[in-house]
Ligand binder design. Structure first.
Ligand code: SF4
Ligand code: SF4
Length: 130
């Protein structure tokens, strides 16, 4: 039986956490400062996704882009996104709480197997599609 489907890029996780729920490491911020000023301008006092003009937290991550012809999203800084984003989804409980669309009914009925599948998926490629 197939347990847990691939990320369908629904964007729920980015929408939920981008308003102050994400962090970046010191190294990531230093890298952005040196090589990605377009990203660094959304950093203020070590916090991420602050409006460059007002310094206020942005409601929705500025890098979340909706695909024009379908209800799906991509990350505009995929290769340079913070580790915090790469680490999602980290636990089955988190996915259930967030209504992550990788989970199907059979995962809820067989949570031990779903947890093992998640570990395998994340060991290969964290945050596989978005
Ligand atoms: S940086 Fe990318 S992965 Fe992280 S919240 Fe924004 S769009 Fe999502
Ligand atoms: S990881 Fe889950 S919540 Fe996030 S985009 Fe993929 S299916 Fe949606």
């Amino acid at each position: 039986m197939v347990i847990m489907i691939a990320c369908n890029q629904c964007g729920k996780c980015c929408k939920k956490y981008s308003n102050g729920g994400l962090s970046a490491t010191k190294n990531e911020i230093e890298y952005w400062e040196a090589h990605r000023p377009d990203i660094y301008k959304y950093v203020r006092n070590g916090n991420i996704w602050l409006d460059p003009d007002t310094g206020q937290q942005i409601e929705l991550c500025p890098w979340l882009k909706k695909l024009s012809n379908k209800n799906a999203y991509i990350c505009g800084i995929y290769n340079d996104r913070p580790e915090d984003c790469r680490a999602y989804p980290s636990t089955l409980d988190e996915m259930i709480l967030d209504e992550c669309e990788m989970i199907e009914t059979h995962d809820l009925l067989n949570q031990q197997q779903a947890k093992k599948t998640l570990e395998t998926l994340m060991a290969v490629d964290r945050y596989p599609n978005l």
